[in-house]
Every structure is written in C-alpha cells, then in structure tokens.
Design a protein around this ligand. Structure first.
Ligand code: NAP
Length: 274
C-alpha cells in the first residue's frame, strides 16, 4: 500500500507511519546499523523521522544526520526541546544545536518534550520567533493532557503521546479534543517497546491472520483517525515488518476481539507517559 498522509493545519502533509529514534545514538558500535535502518525506512516511504535533543544526549540526532544526508527534502523531520531548555533564550539555542547535529537548516516540527516549569507563553514566543526565522515550520507539544492543551491558548500542529492497545486512556479525552481542534496525534511507543508482543490474544489473532503481533498492534494504531505512529526499529526485519503493517485492514471481528482483550477507557485517567 502506498503511504497515507494526514493534512496539518496550513496544508502540509504528514506521513501516518514514521520512524522513532529513542535509544539510537547511544553506542558508537551500533550507529552504522541504526543509520541503515533509518535509510531503509525512508526507502520504504516512512518519511517522518522523530528524534529529540534528549535521545542519546544528541547522539540520536547525529545518527539521523547521516541517514538523511543528501535527501533532506524527502523527510518530515521532528525534534524536541527539553522542558528545562524551553525558555525564550534557551529554546533558540537548543534548536540551533539540534539543527547543527542534524546537519540541516530547518525542522518540520519542533515539540516541547513535556510540560515543565517554564511558562508556556515563553516557549510559544520562542517557537514563533523560530518560525519567523525559518528554522522550524510547525510547532507542537508532547505528553500534554487536555487541560495543558487548553492552557496553550493556541492549537499546536501535533501532540505526541503514549498510545497503543495497552495504553488507551487518551481515547477518553485527548483524542477527541485533538480531533475537534485539528491537532495531529503522534502515537509513541506504538508497540509498547515490545512488551505488548507477549500478549496471548494479540499473538493468536496475528497467527490467525498470518502477520506478526507487532504488525497487528501497529495496524490497530494506524486504523485510528488523526493518528500517526512512530515505531522505533533498529533491526532491518523490524523496519520491513512495520512498513507492511500499513497494508493490514482489521476486520470487525478482529476489532471486537482486540477491544475485549484491551478495553477502551470507561473514565478519565491521568495521562500516562514513559
Ligand atoms: P516502540 O516503537 O513501541 O518499540 C520499540 C522496540 O520494539 C524496539 O526494541 C524494537 O526493536 C522493537 N520492535 C520494533 N518493531 C518491531 C517489530 N516489527 N517486531 C518486533 N519488535 C519490534 O517504542 P519507543 O521506541 O518507546 O517509541 C517509538 C518512538 O516514539 C521512540 O523511538 C521516540 O522517537 C518516540 N517516543 C517519544 C516519547 C515522548 O515522550 N515524546 C516517549 C517515548 C518514545 P529493534 O530496535 O531492535 O528493532
């Protein structure tokens, strides 16, 4: 199946399946393999790369730099500023440092990694200045619940949150809020960092369909409206497996079985994060 896209406010397109990079860039001996995995993902059309200044203390951004060298225009590039760096002055410095490590002059999306103690108005001012300078195209947030979204006073392009079959809390409030305000939801840890693969119902349903448990879990996330998934895979077979999840259309029976095994929330819960 060809890649599907979500439309951001302003008309930009956002691939629904991207590439995570947490845990990349931590060990020099793994870097070449990580670059290869990201390049394969891009070759297969997963043209969104999600990274952060935090990952590998800048190491992940350095890995991404190698993976996107010579093909920057193909990529929708996302990075994040740490909350303690989210002041007016430090956000600008953090963004410049990320751009340098990434070897590019612009980010497509820059997120506040989670809510810290610096006033949101200050961070938003910094994001606006970066947009005026052409260093970021869109801004957004991560790990924000609905009350924090409301405090922003402006709609971000995206809210990146923990979302998978075992973490459905956002369906109660964050997902509907984002849909109403046309905020893209980026599902992180869409296969629960591999832990979900041990679930027996998921494994059985995957066996019956002839796909992997990871593909089924990912296909479920990808079937949700307004949601983008960013699985991380350093192994090439995992990258291929994840790309193929886009071809899976869940049946009504599969959905019902997954709902029974992983029930949707029946009440509001505090936002979960990793
Ligand atoms: P994840 O994508 O749910 O899981 C990654 C793990 O699953 C890795 O160990 C990977 O192994 C394995 N895996 C990937 N595809 C697989 C497959 N098809 N079959 C079996 N195993 C597979 O977890 P995540 O890395 O936490 O989340 C994804 C991305 O979201 C991160 O990399 C990061 O970019 C972002 N994130 C953001 C936040 C935030 O606060 N905003 C928090 C967490 C994550 P290999 O690597 O060995 O292939």
């Amino acid at each position: 199946m060809t890649m599907r896209f979500l439309e951001l406010q302003g008309g930009d397109k956002f691939p629904v399946l991207g590439l995570g990079t947490w845990m990349m860039g931590e060990r020099t001996r793994d870097a070449a393999g990580e670059v290869k995995a990201l390049k394969l993902g891009l070759d297969l059309g997963m043209s969104l790369i999600d990274t952060a200044e935090m990952y590998g203390e800048g190491g992940a951004e350095t890995v991404v730099r190698e993976a996107i060298a010579g093909r920057r225009d193909e990529v929708f590039l996302v990075s994040k500023v740490l909350p303690q760096n989210a002041s007016r002055k430090k956000t600008a410095e953090a963004c410049d440092a990320s751009l340098k490590r990434l070897g590019t002059d612009r980010l497509d999306l820059y997120l506040l990694h989670w809510r810290g103690s610096i006033p949101l108005a200050e961070t938003l001012e910094a994001f606006a200045a970066l947009q005026r300078a052409g260093k970021i195209r869109h801004w957004g947030v991560s790990n924000f619940d609905t009350s924090e979204m409301q405090q922003l006073g402006a709609a971000p392009a995206a809210n990146q949150v923990l979302y998978n079959l075992t973490r459905r809390g956002i369906e109660w409030d964050v997902l509907p809020w984002c849909a109403e305000h046309r905020v893209c939801v980026m599902a992180y840890s869409p296969i629960e960092q591999g832990r979900i693969l041990r679930n027996r119902t998921l494994a059985r349903l995957a066996r019956e369909r002839g796909c992997s448990a990871a593909q089924l879990a990912l296909a479920w996330v990808l079937s949700r409206d307004g949601v983008v998934a960013i699985p991380k895979a350093a192994r090439l077979e995992h990258v291929r497996d994840n790309r193929a999840a886009l071809d899976i259309v869940l049946s009504g029976e599969e959905r019902a079985a997954l709902d029974a095994a992983f029930p949707p929330p029946g009440a509001a819960h505090p936002l979960e994060m990793l």
